[in-house]
Design a protein around this ligand. Structure first.
Ligand code: TYD
Ligand code: MG
Length: 474
């Protein structure tokens, strides 16, 4: 099947090519840098973003109006997905949807396919599955009640792993959307490497991009991510495609967050929040409150933080547990928060706020399986640790946000006004914040804003030093 003469192993470091795979490039000495690549006699035109082909185009002055910016879009009909896409699928765009196995990628795409097939103009959708059989996809569709009517007729499923065949099918059927689930299972007949190898994944993506740009068909590729959070296969895929989306969340819990990490046709500031239920993913009505855990009593080790996910404020509960240990190197376990940040906060708390955790195991996580990278999470996390160590809840109805510096000083975060408004709307009465940079404190009805300069002050203001103090506001 494979025609060896058409494939070469190309060094990703120096560009040298050889006929057979070798562990080390003979030209530049780099290890594991050879990737199987299709070599054509006539180089095919390079496909650029936005549909331009490299051949013979004349330069255009920036002042000259172009149609860019009002690309034809098709709304998928799922509000949260359309919002993250920037208003719908752009004709000829290639979207990569990443996420851990079992998180709900296939479910989301089947629902998106239904939105397109049942939407205005009702074009058909081609769903190429390499992971599951047609009957497995059908079972999922039956569960989602998508097997009847225009939607049932409009979604055509094909179990196919040959990228050439998928492209031919799409050229013949001209679907309104092509879904390839997943890019790691498709392979080109021209390469020897197994599906999922760097060369195969890249070649398959190139072929699908040519199809998308040439025919104006939007293509969504599923890509699995590995445990460490990178898209399995090559990172290079992210440079090729127009939009990179990821589904995150705790597989055992119901909430899912859809994020755009790259979007050539929209902002990466939008996030979508879904809940996985018995009938697939539904949009969450009030995302700001979705990640708050409910408990009636204030609990030690719990602090609510108004974080910004893109432009959307979301209140999230930071939870910490510290437990004494005799072990020479105590555990530091973080989930949903950066473990390096956790280690740093433990050190700063010890040296700058008199809260020593050197002989304690420390666990920290975010409720709802959310994962947040913003530095504003420092202060709530540090307060949660202090609250757990003292076994006292923080003052009821309080939120906290702010970055912590190595000296124990607190630094402002952006978008304070938006965050605090959302906290007030959800019934919080008090906010601990660093002094905003050069600007006035936002005045928000019903919210007492307490400015704290250092971590030590913040602990004093938030964590009651007497048992029971946390039950009432001071
Ligand atoms: P799936 O979309 O197959 O995940 P992925 O394609 O990312 O691997 O979804 C997998 C999980 O979702 C599976 O454990 C079952 C669950 N699920 C529901 O809870 N409700 C539903 O309606 C569907 C279709 C799936
Ligand atoms: Mg799947």
């Amino acid at each position: 099947m494979a025609r060896g003469a058409q494939s070469r192993y190309v060094c990703q470091s120096c560009g040298a090519s050889v006929l057979r795979w070798e562990g080390q490039c003979r030209t530049c000495g780099e290890w594991n840098s050879l990737v199987e690549t299709v070599v054509r006699e006539e180089p095919r035109p390079r496909v650029l973003a936005g549909g331009a082909t490299g051949g013979g185009a004349a330069p255009v002055a920036l002042s000259h109006p172009t149609e860019a910016g009002d690309e034809p879009r098709r709304a998928v009909g799922i509000g949260e997905l359309d919002r993250v896409l920037g208003g719908g699928l752009v004709a000829g765009s290639v979207v990569l949807l990443g996420g851990e196995p079992g998180i709900g990628k296939s479910t989301l795409l089947l629902q998106a396919a239904a939105g397109v097939a049942g939407g205005p103009g009702a074009p058909m959708v081609l769903y190429a599955t390499g992971e599951e059989s047609v009957s497995q996809v059908r079972l999922r569709a039956a569960r989602l009640e998508l097997t009847s009517g225009a939607v049932g007729d409009g979604i055509r499923v094909v179990a196919e792993t040959g990228v050439g065949r998928i492209v031919d099918l799409a050229r013949a059927e001209r679907p309104g959307l092509l879904v390839v689930d997943s890019v790691q299972t498709v392979a080109s007949e021209e390469l020897d490497g197994p599906p999922g190898s760097v060369g195969q994944v890249r070649e398959a993506t190139q072929r699908l991009m040519e199809l998308a740009k040439g025919e104006g068909v939007p293509v969504i590729l599923v890509g699995h991510v590995t445990k460490d959070g990178t898209l399995a296969g090559p990172k290079t895929l992210e440079h090729l495609v127009d939009v990179v989306l990821s589904v995150e969340g705790d597989r055992t819990g119901g909430l899912r967050l859809l994020r755009a990490t790259k979007n050539r046709f929209g902002s990466t500031e939008e996030v979508g929040v879904f809940e996985m239920g018995e009938r697939g993913l539904t949009e969450v009505a009030d995302p700001a409150r979705a990640f708050l855990a409910d408990h009636d009593e204030p609990a030690p080790g719990s602090v609510v933080a108004p974080v910004l996910e893109g432009s959307r404020p979301i209140l999230v509960e930071v939870q910490a547990l510290v437990a004494p240990t005799g072990a020479p190197s105590p555990r530091r376990t973080a989930s949903g928060v950066d473990p390096n940040r956790l280690a740093l906060l433990v050190a700063v708390l010890g040296r700058r706020a008199g809260i020593g955790l050197g002989s304690h195991d420390v666990y920290a996580n975010l409720a709802g399986g959310l994962s947040v990278g913003e530095p504003g999470l420092d202060l709530p996390l540090a307060l949660a640790l202090a609250s757990s160590l003292r076994d006292r809840p923080i003052v009821t109805g309080t939120v906290a946000i702010g970055e912590v510096g190595l000296l124990g000083e607190l630094r402002a975060v952006g978008g304070l006004d938006r965050r605090l408004r959302e906290a007030a709307r959800l019934g919080f009465a008090r906010a601990l914040v660093p002094r905003p940079r050069g600007r006035e404190l936002p005045a928000i009805a019903g919210l007492e804003v307490v400015v704290v300069g250092t971590l030590r002050d913040a602990v004093r203001a938030a964590v009651a030093s007497q048992p029971g103090d946390g039950r009432e506001r001071p």
